[in-house]
Design a protein. Sequence first.
Length: 313
Amino acid sequence: MFRLKNFKLLLIIFIPLLFFGCMAITPNNASLRATSGPEYITSIHKDLISLPKPEKPIPVAVYKFRDQTGQYKAPGNATNFSTAVTQGATSILIKALEDSGWFIPVEREGLANLLQERKIVLQMRDLYLTEEQKKNFEPLPPLLYAGILFEGGIIGYDSNVTTGGIGAKYFGAGGSAEYRVDRVTVYLRAVSVKNGAVLKTVQTSKTVLSQMLSLGIFRFVRLNRLLEAEAGIAANEPVEMAVQEAIEKAVYDMIIEGVKMGIWGPKDQKEFEKWLTKYETELKEKDYISTERASDSSKTKDSTDIGKKVFQY
């Protein structure tokens, strides 16, 4: 009888705590208004914006940075035609190029709209302005052209690269934890507008982590009296954030590789050396040694010559 009373007392304490706990884990900002700026900052973003400034920002063009995975989200209880990764990777790449301070992105994704607006301006002048009035207006300046074209895309999204979990139950009470790791892969290449040569290609990847924790109890406390309670929480890393980080890492790698090849250069070479050392250390930690990097010393002169000729028209 004493044990039964103690058990009832535990139930009286446990059930309110369970409900208050569920309220506590509910995000407090779920109903807040929209905010300015990015919702999250990736781990590579600080390095990207902290790179030493270039000799001169380079005009670059991005037409399309496509989702080339062909992957769709795993179906749930209903038919799902949503893609596994964002379709706005072009905008993410342009933002990363702009944030780096090394490039001046020129509008190419909406080029037809831009040309149409310029055409409207010229037509309105012809229709509604006299010859004398037209003299007071300067002609539209030429569009800025790019010396470098950035191509590539999201080329891979692998689901369930790693999965796992652990759980235990004792007399109807217990819990479990599960996790899943996906991976997104991005390719980015720099192409010379002058001669069409692919100057450099970089590859980056980012894992997408999902976790779930659940607790529960299922027990008869006495005849015809069943106690059942469940609680759980799941955390899924946004795929958009993973794509953004992979793209920013690709831009970061491209800047450093471009400096190594002489395609572009920093304003302060000595200050840039520490970033180059950090980059090389990262590659060594990954034990990533390619034939191209092994022969970099023999190609330095040719690469520098390519870099000098890229922007000569």
